[in-house]
Design a protein around this ligand. Sequence first.
Ligand code: GTP
Ligand code: MG
Length: 495
Amino acid sequence: MDSENEQQQQPQEQQENSNANEQNLSPEEQAKIKAEKKKAKKAAKKAAEAAEKAALEQANKQAENQEVIVETDEEKAKKEAEEKAQKEAEEKAKKEAEEKAQKEAEEKAQKEAEEKAKKEAEEKAQKEAEEKAKKEAEEKAQKEAEEKAKKEAEEKAQKEAEEKAKTEAEEKAQKEAEEKAKKEAEEKAQKEAEEKAKKEAEEKAQKEAEEKAKKEAEEKAKKEAEEKAKKEAEEKAKKEAEEKAQKEAEEKAKKEAEEKAQKEAEEKAKKEAEEKAKKEAETKLALTKTTVEAKPEPKLVSAPAPKSELFFSPVNPSFPTKKVKMVVLGNAFIGKTALCNRIFKNRYTEQTKNTVGADAFQLEFSSNNMNVSLTMFDTAGMEQYQAMSTQHVRQADYCLVCYAVDDERSIASVKTWVEFVQKNNATCKMVLVGNKADVEGKDESALEELKMKFTKVVKCSAKTGENVAEVLKIDWATVTEHVKELVQQPKGGCC
Ligand SMILES: Nc1nc2c(ncn2[C@@H]2O[C@H](COP(=O)(O)OP(=O)(O)OP(=O)(O)O)[C@@H](O)[C@H]2O)c(=O)[nH]1
Ligand SMILES: [Mg+2]
């Protein structure tokens, strides 16, 4: 009985649960469940009908089997009771089968509906959860994006603010540095200006002091020089008077010698000219011969006096005659006298004496349709005799400025001799003669700048005679005949 109650109670609870569940469902879902239930009920009814049919068939079968049996009353009552019991049992079984089928159908339908509902609910829940999750994810992403954007914006703003601050700081620093530099430069400039002003003031003071001292020294020196000059002038006047007397005596003697030499030369030339016409054919041969003979002998000490034909053609009476005065200048011991001896006498002497005063050489020859009457003064190189050289230079048409190629001092003195000539006779022409070319020479670079002052530059050897003839190969026509008057000029040697 308890189990029966339980069985009756269970569907009721299930019904209640079902109703309760249905109440939670949507109207569509409830309609769906209802339709399912209807379907289950139909199926249960069908099952019950089938069971009833089967029980009926079985009872009919049993009745057929028992028809042949002769029944008694007892047996008949029993049989009816049994049939009744069986019928009741069958009805009960049928009812139970129907109930069970219905119950099972309902349970099945309920279960399926629940499962379906559950499934749908789960799907819905899942869908919702997914949507929610998706939504949340989107919201989150959006939020993150916003936060990121916000953060980036903040960072950007911060960065810009920092950069701005940095730029401002840099500008400020630069401005400060510039102002500082400007200030320092101004201070420096001011300082330098002050120092410069100070220095200039000091220099000015020093300069003034120096100028003052210099002026005082100059005044003192001037005073002393004046006194000295006065003294020297007195001494000089005295000396000059003495020298003048000596010079006049020398010139007189020299003039007499020159006149005598000139007279002799003229007579000699005249005689030679007369002989020349007669010996014309022989003269050429003789000249050639003489030239050959004239080749200097290194050891020739006292060669016979040569004729002027050694270097020049003889005078021609039909030619006009030009008188030329030449002066040989240069340091002592460079071979001036030796050179004159070679030119005028074709003679060379190893041992010579220093020239004292001056020696005169006379030579007449013809050149380019004119006769040249050449007087050459061989001056003394020694310093104490240079006063006389001054006089000769003043009257000269030509000067041979000589040096010895192996004598450095004589090379260095060429400049002084040139200045000496230019000072005393500005129009005088000059030939530069480097003697002793037979020996090894010294550096002559100092002469380079002077060479332009000479009409001719010759290197020769009085000793060997080499190139000596070149010295007097001059365009005599261009030489202005000397007409200068002897003008008394203040004395003073150059060297
Ligand atoms: N090797 C060489 N020696 C020479 C030459 N000419 C002159 N001498 C020598 O140089 C020395 C001086 O010669 P001088 O002719 O007396 O010299 P200077 O220039 O007339 O001297 P001062 O009369 O004192 O001015 C002598 O010993 C000569 O032998 C030359 O061409 N070659
Ligand atoms: Mg001499």
